[in-house]
Ligand binder design. Structure first.
Ligand code: CA
Length: 226
C-alpha cells in the first residue's frame, strides 16, 4: 500500500509468479529470488521491508536462510511451507520466522498475513526517533515534542502521528489511515479521522506554531511544512 519492498524467495516459478502478481497489484514493490543463496545475498545487499521465504529451496533451504537472516536483522519473515505439520511449524518459528503460510493459500490470505506482519513488526522492530520540522517522535518511549515542548498523546493519537511521521509529505488517503490506525472499516460516514486530526492539531500546534498536518480536500491528509 505504501510501496513497501518485499523479497520473495521461492523456486517454483508458478507460485513465485502468483505471489508477485498479487503483491504488485496491491502496490508493493517486489523482487524474486529463485534460490536460497541468491535470496540471502539479495536480502543482505538491499534489505527489503519483508521477506516471503519458501521452506524447500535449492542452494540453501528456507530454514537455514531464515536463521541467517534473523541473526543479522529484524526483517519480518513469512515462511511458506507445504509441510502441514505442527512440529515443522514450530521449527520454522524457532528459526526466527514471524509467521508462516501452508500451501496452497489464497492471495487474500497472503495479503492479510503481510498486513498483519507490517502492523505487528514494523513499530516494534524499529524503535527510533522520527523528526519532521520541529516535531519529534520517539517510537521507543512514545514521547512527542514540538521543539522543546512535550506533547501528551493518547494511544490512537500516537499511532496517527507516527503514521504521518513515517510518511512525511505523502498524502495519506482516508482508507490508508483507517487501515493502518483503526484496523477495521468504519464505513464512509464516520468522521473519526477528522476528529483525531483535530485532536492532534490542538496538541501539536499552539498559537505561535505553524500548521503541519494539512487537509487535502476529498482525499485525506498530509504532513508537510507550509
Ligand atoms: Ca520450493
Amino acid at each position: 500500500m505504501a510501496g513497501e519492498r518485499i523479497l520473495v524467495i521461492e523456486d517454483e516459478g508458478r507460485i513465485a509468479q502468483f505471489i508477485e502478481r498479487g503483491l504488485i497489484y496491491e502496490g508493493y514493490r517486489v523482487n524474486v529470488a529463485r534460490d536460497g543463496k541468491i535470496g540471502l545475498t539479495a536480502a543482505r545487499d538491499n534489505p527489503p521491508d519483508l521477506v516471503i521465504l519458501d521452506w524447500m529451496l535449492p542452494g540453501l533451504d528456507g530454514l537455514e536462510v531464515c536463521k541467517r537472516l534473523r541473526a543479522a536483522s529484524d526483517i519480518p519473515i513469512l515462511m511458506l511451507t507445504a509441510k502441514d505439520d505442527v512440529k515443522d511449524r514450530v521449527t520454522g518459528l524457532d528459526a526466527g520466522a514471524d509467521d508462516y503460510l501452508v500451501k496452497p493459500f489464497s492471495v487474500d490470505e497472503l495479503l492479510a498475513r503481510i498486513r498483519a506482519l507490517f502492523r505487528r513488526t514494523v513499530p516494534l522492530s524499529r524503535p527510533d526517533v522520527l523528526r519532521f520540522a520541529d516535531l519529534t517522535l520517539d517510537t521507543g518511549t512514545h514521547r512527542a515534542y514540538r521543539g522543546d515542548r512535550a506533547i501528551d498523546l493518547t494511544a490512537k493519537e500516537y499511532e496517527l502521528l507516527e503514521l504521518f511521521m513515517r510518511n512525511p509529505r505523502q498524502v495519506l488517503t482516508r482508507d490508508v489511515i483507517f487501515d493502518r490506525v483503526w484496523d477495521y472499516d468504519f464505513g464512509g460516514e464516520s468522521n473519526i479521522i477528522e476528529v483525531y486530526v483535530r485532536y492532534l492539531r490542538q496538541k501539536t500546534e499552539n498559537e505561535s506554531e505553524s500548521r503541519l498536518i494539512h487537509t487535502v480536500r476529498g482525499v485525506g491528509y498530509v504532513l508537510r511544512e507550509e
